[in-house]
Ligand binder design. Structure first.
Ligand code: SAM
Length: 280
């Protein structure tokens, strides 16, 4: 009989404030034999801080495939492993996905813990009204490619969530305004959970001037959130208006959704779901 693999825990760690480590994350990190860390030097102080004595192994973007094999060998030896990134949730704009995939493909148990993530932390403080959002992470570093990537997102009615590094924030904000339009709201979430944490909302068209007015505003770590395409939001409004009219005429929901989609150009499935909701 083959021996069962020990579990691989995927453990989010604080973005800055050490108190944000969960009780469960602390428990797991203190109980496993190994911690696979993006940067072992970076994670060692955190492990020391919580009194964890696990051995460390390196699992970063340049050795992820080999690290996956090493981790699998440890799990096969019956030793549980916790995977951590420098900050936040592994696998979210960070290494981890290949390791998780390899362990799951080998029949191993992957146990993901909920916890700190810059995207969800920023969203929770953004106060945008869109019910949907799209996590993009880092845009391409070169402006041409970045603008192309943004053009593909331009019409989406979802709040768009980007990660950006301080040395690139100005050029990215300029491209956001150029491609997505200056009318949309930009939420700048900087240094979340840290001493200089700030959240600022402004029209995208004013963002470059705001960033350059004070160089401190360009420092630290950023999540940039842009509100969804206003054109599509208007379309949604038109589709909703037509749908309500048709339902008021007592058309069956399916037919009302089909007609509202044909008239407004909206999504039939979304309108059908909306019609069901309106009908209670
Ligand atoms: N895995 C991480 C997570 O769960 O959020 C993200 C890692 S990614 C390599 C690093 C980027 O996350 C930064 O460049 C920044 O965009 C964002 N980020 C990380 N910590 C942050 C913080 N404290 N405040 C704002 N953004 C942060």
């Amino acid at each position: 009989m083959t021996k069962e693999l020990a579990p691989l825990y995927v453990v989010p760690t604080p973005l800055g404030n050490l108190k944000d480590i969960s009780e469960r994350a602390r428990e797991v990190l203190c109980s496993v034999a190994w911690v696979a860390a993006e940067d072992t030097r970076h994670s060692a102080p955190l492990l020391k801080h919580i009194g964890a004595s696990a051995r460390l192994l390196a699992a970063h973007e340049h050795n992820e495939a080999e690290a996956a094999e090493q981790i699998l060998a440890r799990l096969a030896a019956g030793e549980a492993v916790a995977l951590v990134a420098d900050a936040g949730t592994p696998g979210i704009s960070d290494p981890g996905a290949r390791i998780v995939a390899r362990v799951r493909a080998a029949g191993g148990r992957v146990v993901p813990l909920p916890g700190p993530c810059a995207a969800t932390t920023a969203l929770s403080g953004a106060g945008l009204s869109e019910p949907h959002w799209l996590f993009y992470g880092f845009l391409p570093a070169k402006s041409g490619q970045r603008q192309k990537a943004l053009a593909a997102l331009q019409a989406l009615p979802y709040a768009l969530v980007f990660y950006e590094a301080p040395h690139r924030v100005l050029e990215t904000v300029a491209d956001l305004a150029a491609v997505l339009g200056g009318e949309r709201t930009l939420v700048v979430a900087r240094e979340l959970t840290k001493l200089f944490e700030s959240l600022h909302s402004l029209p995208l068209g004013e963002a470059l001037a705001w960033f350059t007015a004070d160089s401190n505003r360009q420092k630290g770590e950023f999540v940039l959130i842009v509100s969804g395409s206003p054109a599509t939001q208007q379309d949604d409004g038109e589709a909703e208006r037509v749908l309500r009219l048709l339902l008021a005429e007592n058309l069956p929901v399916k037919q009302a959704a089909r007609l509202a989609a044909a008239i407004s150009g909206g999504s039939k499935n979304a309108l059908y779901a909306r019609a069901l909701a309106l009908k209670g």
